[in-house]
Design a protein around this ligand. Structure first.
Ligand SMILES: Cc1cc2nc3c(=O)[nH]c(=O)nc-3n(C[C@H](O)[C@H](O)[C@H](O)COP(=O)(O)OP(=O)(O)OC[C@H]3O[C@@H](n4cnc5c(N)ncnc54)[C@H](O)[C@@H]3O)c2cc1C
Ligand SMILES: *[C@@H]1O[C@H](CO)[C@@H](O)[C@H](O)[C@H]1NC(C)=O
Length: 458
């Protein structure tokens, strides 16, 4: 590939920025990142106070990549301000509550332990709830459930997601990468040549930005921007932030990350800088659909750039509080200071998409984070740039290909079939995916628009 070509990367999240930096380090001379906002983008999926860093995976490729990334998070000076080493605990109940989609928790635990063992990585079994509480005494709740299973890995942690993205952005700037943001960087359409080659992207300012190659790393927005061939779906996931006192932050500092695979619930240790305790659900999520060229497409509320609205469905709030009650019951009555919907771009198998688009030969897609991509920040650029230059092994190119065969299948079948019901790698739990109700949609969109108006005035 000619390194003097002009590369336009749309999207400055973990995928876009890490690709940009890797290509620059590899000698590409003209790289421009476009985004709706300067990264860390307030409502981008790569931005939050925390993301789990782990290599516990039921899939060998992600386990090994996760280990490669973990070692860098843990040792490299550029991540020292954002990475916090903390054990990660996985729990599941063999017989989950009847109202929940059957969880692949047990399966995930078995496969993951096997893969860790084969990698020569250490993990520690937890026989029962008592063992969990004895090892992690900050867990004050009395989780109950039949057939408890669990283990933990001390080689894990969490990263201050916004902070690490800001560092990555700064390294991109030093490497000579251009940024175009706001309405000047917000892409509204493609300009195509007769053979489907993309010649330029159109922006909200009405400008054309030309390039030789285009990389769309547009996360959960992707299917609303380009034909997705029924191979991805954006889902909203629930997050809650609970205000702690400085004393509580101290008292809870040894809380591990705990995943409950039966419900999808997970909890982080306190975030000292903000004083927040964060909980979330790694579940099947909600869709927010609208018609794009005659097709139902789910996407985040994309009208304007703003912080995430303080909104989740009431039933989601109850799920977060129930999960919290199993771990730290003393905090349930306090409730959340704020909640948020954060967006996954899901693929049917949970695999990323790093491939050229079937309709446009100079359009490369880097998306499909499926709720687990952030941790790969230190290494993923190498893999995406490798796929972009078709230099990866045939196995990896195959794993991350753009699937066209789903187009012939029913959406429901592709995304709620047995495979995806287990969340690709079986790490999801919780109720079935559903569309936001009209009332929930209304609330989410009006709160988001109000925030956007306020930030436009500043
Ligand atoms: C609640 C939640 C918890 C998660 N927890 C974890 C975790 O613990 N560990 C982990 O590893 N991963 C986690 N993830 C997943 C991880 O955060 C994502 O997989 C990852 O951030 C996706 O990165 P991205 O670059 O694809 O998307 P994004 O960061 O969303 O980047 C896409 C960018 O495209 C831009 N864009 C969109 N449309 C346009 C347009 N028209 N013009 C210009 N720019 C545009 C957006 O503004 C955005 O900045 C979590 C995700 C969520 C939502
Ligand atoms: C996980 O959730 C199940 C179902 O609600 C519950 O019975 C169990 O106690 C929870 N486990 C932990 C460790 O919180």
């Amino acid at each position: 590939m000619d390194k003097r070509e002009t590369i336009i990367i749309v999207g400055g999240g973990v995928f876009g920025l890490s690709t940009a930096l890797n290509l620059a380090q590899d000698g590409f001379r003209s790289i421009t990142v476009l985004d709706r906002s300067m990264p860390p983008v307030p409502d981008g999926s790569s931005n939050d106070i925390s993301r789990v860093i782990r290599f516990d995976y039921g899939d060998k490729v992600y386990a090994e990549m996760g280990k490669e990334a973990y070692d860098l998070w843990n040792t490299q000076p550029e991540y020292a301000n954002s990475f916090h080493q903390t054990p990660c605990v996985w729990t599941a109940q063999q017989s989950g509550p009847a109202n929940l989609v059957s969880s692949g928790g047990s399966d995930f635990i078995r496969k993951t332990k096997e893969i860790l063992t084969n990698m020569g990585a250490e993990w520690h079994g937890l026989e029962n709830m008592e063992a969990l509480k004895a090892r992690f005494p900050t867990i004050s709740g009395n989780p109950i459930g039949d057939g408890f299973e669990g283990f933990y890995n001390t080689e894990a942690g969490w990263a201050d997601a916004g902070l690490a993205i800001a560092g990555l952005r700064d390294r991109c700037i030093v490497a000579g990468i251009n940024f175009v943001t706001g309405t000047h960087g917000q892409v509204t359409g493609l300009q195509k040549g007769a053979d489907g080659t993309i010649t330029a992207v159109k922006t909200a300012e009405g400008n054309l930005i030309r390039g030789d190659k285009f990389i769309f790393a547009t996360g959960a927005w992707t299917a609303s921007l380009i034909p997705s061939w029924n191979s991805m779906v954006a889902t909203g996931q629930i997050v809650g932030f609970l205000r702690l006192t400085p004393e509580e932050v101290k008292a809870l500092k040894d809380l591990p990350i705990v995943f409950n695979l039966s419900t999808g619930f997970f909890i982080f240790p306190p975030h000292e800088d903000s004083g927040y305790l964060k909980v979330a659900c790694h579940s099947f999520g909600y869709t927010l659909s609208s018609l794009v060229e005659g097709e139902d497409v789910s996407s985040p509320p994309s009208s304007a750039i703003s912080a995430r609205a303080n909104f989740i469905p009431e039933e989601g709030r109850q799920r977060l509080l129930a999960g919290l009650g199993e771990i730290l019951p003393q905090l349930v009555s306090r409730g959340f200071e704020k909640t948020a919907i954060c967006w996954y771009n899901e693929t049917p198998t949970g695999d990323f998409v790093f491939d050229y688009h079937p309709d446009h030969k100079n359009l490369f897609i880097a998306t499909g984070g499926t709720g687990h991509a952030y941790k790969f920040l230190p290494v993923i650029g190498k893999y995406i740039a490798g796929a972009f230059q078709q230099k990866l092994s045939p196995e990896l190119l195959q794993k991350w290909k753009f699937h066209t065969e789903y187009n012939k299948q029913e959406k429901d079948d592709v995304f709620t079939g047995t495979k995806s019901r287990k969340g690709g790698d079986g790490s999801r739990g919780g109720p079935k995916r559903r569309e936001f109700t009209p009332q929930e949609k209304d609330n989410l969109l009006s709160l988001t628009n109000a925030l956007a108006k306020r930030s436009a005035k500043l």
